[in-house]
Design a protein. Structure first.
Length: 593
């Protein structure tokens, strides 16, 4: 990496503290950091600092601690000097200990501030055997906390207070846990590092909970779901403030660019991530022809409103209208159609009702039907079959979920995606305790209202779904937003989609949408040679030279205007000198400025 001019990698290599210090610490502060596809950057920041702990992971962590204890005993008999050397280094501070043994590949968690890393490690965890005993005590405490039958939600200070009362564990040694464990693992030169992963998670949790008083919340849920009867507790240590993870990036690098085709509206990102923009710009798309058709369908052929809102989402009339929309588009669309639902639960419910109404039987006549599932292998197989059906002329429909694997990372270019249907607005599940906590935090800290955030979040995912069908200058496709609520929310769509959405296409019935789509597809079927794009969506050398000339002329004109205004200022200064009997140099400089 130090020899490369351009390095491309996942966000986590820069944002996740468990990885960033190991991979990205050598990068110069003069690097230009570009977060591409950054519409979800706040969620990545939150995930990188959030930890889920289960009873199973605590059992494995306990076994890991016992293994460490055995390894320490072995090393005491074979190479006691090495442990003593580590102890001496820890007196100097964690950073020295780290530099002394920098070859390990174990994950680090530098959630600690720099000044703390230079401190001596607290005496009660400095010796390896004392530290492992400390970790075992902490793991046992967490096991007792798991024995609950109701939901517990508490802040880090509250958790630390309860911990201290029961186990006498202080806050300060907890802050060093992640780094101290990393140092110990390197000293012991362990081979099978994966066995210690659960223990590392517990140590990371200890460090984070003792470092941050605000921006985090502990939620202990005894049951996996509301309907479950057998307890299977899980401790969510959830980060609520995306700014915490990205702040080190802003502090360290002087140029950070955040960009995406669906990053809209722009104003909310600086608020959530805690920064001020230097340049903030939204661009339209330059195309030689109208190669995508966005439409908002608000009612069915029977003029009944269609929406996925909870009040009417399971109404047979609404479900039938959604089914008719799918049937009509399966008739007219060549090759592939991608359909997005707000959630797996709603998708299953709709498919079941469509089966009962005979809608799927009608769709089968025109297209193959494939479904995305939470299982990644099944989804990969469905995608492969979908592509085969599109390529051999059979045509297919892929039913999937917004926020799923398909909506984020899969391209449906050319014949793989000629139409995308958004069935309903993809709002998050608002009963989630973690989401409720985050909404409350955003309201209190950044003055972002719950409805504003939920609406913004839904529309960025809707835009991401729509963008699946347009993957290049020579591609084309139809984008259908099927929900009456999209009419009010269209301003939150990215500029390039909103600009192409005509006023007449923003309140259509199913019949009108089908008629409009037919006209569009007929127009797209006409030959469109690459030459017709020249000078508009693609530029030749001559076009670039003309553009350069134009820019140069504009710059010269601006410089000339600036020169004229400068002369005018100097004339005013001389006039003032004549009038007041002379000005000193400082006064003239002020006037000139």
């Amino acid at each position: 990496m130090p020899f490369c001019n351009v390095v491309i990698y996942s966000y986590h290599y820069l944002l996740d503290p468990k990885i960033a210090e190991r991979v990205s610490k050598e990068l110069s502060k003069d690097c230009i950091v570009v977060f591409d596809e950054a519409h979800n950057i706040d969620n990545v920041c939150i995930e990188s600092l959030s930890i889920d702990i289960t009873e199973d992971s605590l059992r494995k962590a306990g076994r890991g601690a016992a293994n460490l204890e055995r390894k320490i005993s072995e090393m005491k008999t074979t190479d006691a000097a090495k442990l003593q050397n580590e102890y001496a280094k820890l007196v100097q501070g964690l950073r020295d200990a780290d530099e002394a043994n920098d070859e390990g590949a174990f994950m680090r968690n530098p959630a600690l501030p720099d000044d703390l890393l230079k401190e001596a490690v607290p005496g009660n965890i400095r010796r390896a055997e004392h530290f492992v005993a400390f970790l075992k005590r902490f793991v046992e405490y967490l096991k007792t906390r798991m024995k609950v039958l109701h939901v517990i939600s508490e802040t880090p200070p509250s958790f630390l207070q309860h911990l201290k009362e029961l186990t006498f564990i202080e806050r300060k040694p907890l802050r060093f846990c992640a780094e101290r464990l990393t140092s110990l693992v390197r000293t012991l030169e362990l081979q099978n590092i994966e066995d210690y992963q659960p223990l590392q998670e517990v140590a990371s949790f200890a460090t984070l909970v003792a470092t941050y008083e605000t921006g985090f919340l502990l939620i202990l849920e005894p049951y996996e779901s509301e309907t479950a009867t057998v307890p299977n507790p899980i401790l969510h240590f959830t980060c609520l403030d995306a700014a915490i993870a990205i702040k080190p990036v802003f502090d360290r690098f002087s140029s950070v660019v955040i960009t995406s085709g669906t990053i809209s509206p722009l104003e909310i990102y600086p608020k959530m991530l805690g920064f001020n923009t230097v340049v903030q710009e939204s661009y339209s798309m330059t195309l030689a022809r109208r190669s995508f058709l966005p439409m908002i369908v608000t009612r069915g052929s029977d003029q009944g409103a269609i929406s996925s809102s909870f009040t009417i989402r399971n109404d047979p009339g609404v479900v039938r209208n959604y089914g008719n929309l799918l049937i009509e588009f399966s008739k007219i669309t060549p090759d592939g159609i991608v359909v997005f639902f707000p959630s797996y639960l709603y998708m299953e419910s709709i498919i079941s009702m469509w089966q009962g109404m005979g809608i799927l039987d009608q769709v089968w006549k025109h297209k193959l039907i494939l479904v995305e599932t939470p299982d990644s292998q099944e989804t990969s197989l469905a995608l492969e079959t979908y592509r085969t059906a599109c390529s051999n002329g059979r045509g297919a429909i892929l039913l999937c979920v917004a926020r799923g694997k398909v909506s984020e990372g899969i391209d449906f270019d050319h014949h793989y995606g000629r139409t995308v249907l958004c069935i309903g607005v993809p709002f998050q599940y608002t009963e989630s305790r973690i989401l409720k906590a985050r909404l409350e935090f955003l309201r209190e800290t950044y003055r972002i209202r719950e409805n504003d955030f939920l609406s913004f979040d839904a529309m960025r995912h809707a835009a991401q779904c729509l963008g699946r069908v347009l993957r290049g200058k020579d591609d084309y496709g139809i984008m259908v937003l099927a929900d009456r609520r999209f009419g009010k929310k269209r301003v939150q769509l990215p500029k390039w989609i909103n600009a192409a959405l005509l006023e007449g296409d923003s309140n259509l019935s199913v019949d009108q949408a089908v008629a409009t789509a037919k006209r569009f597809l007929k127009m797209m079927s006409k030959p469109f040679p690459a030459k017709m794009q020249e000078g508009v969506s693609t530029w030749s050398i001559e076009d670039l030279e003309r553009h350069k000339e134009k820019v140069d002329k504009e710059r010269q004109r601006d410089e000339r205007n600036a020169g004229i205004s400068g002369d005018a200022v100097m004339r005013e200064a001389h006039a003032a000198e004549d009038e007041y009997g002379g000005l000193d140099d400082d006064d003239i400089m002020q006037v000139d400025a």
